[in-house]
Design a binder for this molecule. Sequence first.
Ligand code: ADP
Length: 378
Amino acid sequence: MKSTCTLSRNQSKSAENKTSIENQEPAVLGTSYISMAQSSPTMMWITGPHNREFFINDHFLEFLGFPPSDAGFEFWKNAIHPKDRKNTFKRTDSSFEKKKPYKIEYRLRRYDDQYRWVMDNGAPQFDAEGNFIGYLRSLVDVHEIKELEHRKGQFITAASHELKTPVTSLKVYLHLIDEYINEHHLAPYTEYSHGAITQLNKITALIDQLLDLNRIQSSSLYFENTTFDFCELVDEVVKKMQLLHPQREITLQGDCSAQVFADYERLLQAIENLISNGIKYSAAKENGKVEVVMGEDTERVYLTVKDYGIGIAEKHLLKIFERFYRIPGKTEETFPGMGIGLYLTRKIIQKSGGEISVESDYGNFTEFTIKLPVSKDT
Ligand code: ADP
């Protein structure tokens, strides 16, 4: 909530401060550049090659409560929430060193002492000769969006927990019915009960994905790492997926004997996601096989999962690992999904010290590759 009293006091300070901040290196800024920055609804500041500001627009000054003209940079540093400082400085300093763009979210204290979530974007600037001249930084107040996201997360967790209990009971009842059908040789009904169990398993998997998603958001996705044979795990996943999809061809090639240090169940889940996507997105194709290849070198084990399905256009390749990202399009939208699987898969691979990449030829094939470090303690 804005305090009118504070604002009017600060507004009078604005005029004094604004000119002195602009004056520090005015030659670099054109008048139209300044007026554009001043009329922008975004908080903007421009730093020189030594990461010191020489222009801060009014909107940003107003947010900070019009700090004294000589305190701009330090003021920003001190206004960051103590819990976010370390990470923010690490990220901005390292981008500054490499002269790379960055995007970071942190809490920043507003003029009324309220901490607000802001999204800080930094773009390095170069002159005509390619010399680095500083950063153009823009900050957007994303507090409301963050709060809505938080509430959405809470809702998803609550709804998933509420669903989990009846679904678990349903599973027990269905298994009892299935047993009864088997004992009494009621053959035609076996198919129905198996069908119901398969569908219920799909619902359980969806609920688990939603719960995992929220665990990631709240940093409580725990990993119990042990050392195990990577290829045995791949073998197990492929066998399991083949059993679940007997009508589809899943091939496994290659070999390895290396051990990895990771959470067995989580890694299994990640590989399962890749294979089930391969199966799903190639279902309508004539060549519906999914090829899994594994191997190793001295440092890493690797796995590729390739399908000959709908493929992914280049512009979507990086985005598919984002949360809830589903590729728009007539063909793509015919497949069910929530855009969570690859997000979770990437998190799991990263948490296991590995990396994941994707290659695709739209309309022809998609190939995911994961690489994981070999565990040296055998
Ligand atoms: P979803 O539940 O929607 O499949 P994912 O996170 O697993 O969610 O995948 C994100 C998006 O990436 C999918 O919606 C789909 O558009 C695309 N995608 C993933 N795997 C494949 C694949 N093997 N072939 C084609 N598109 C894929």
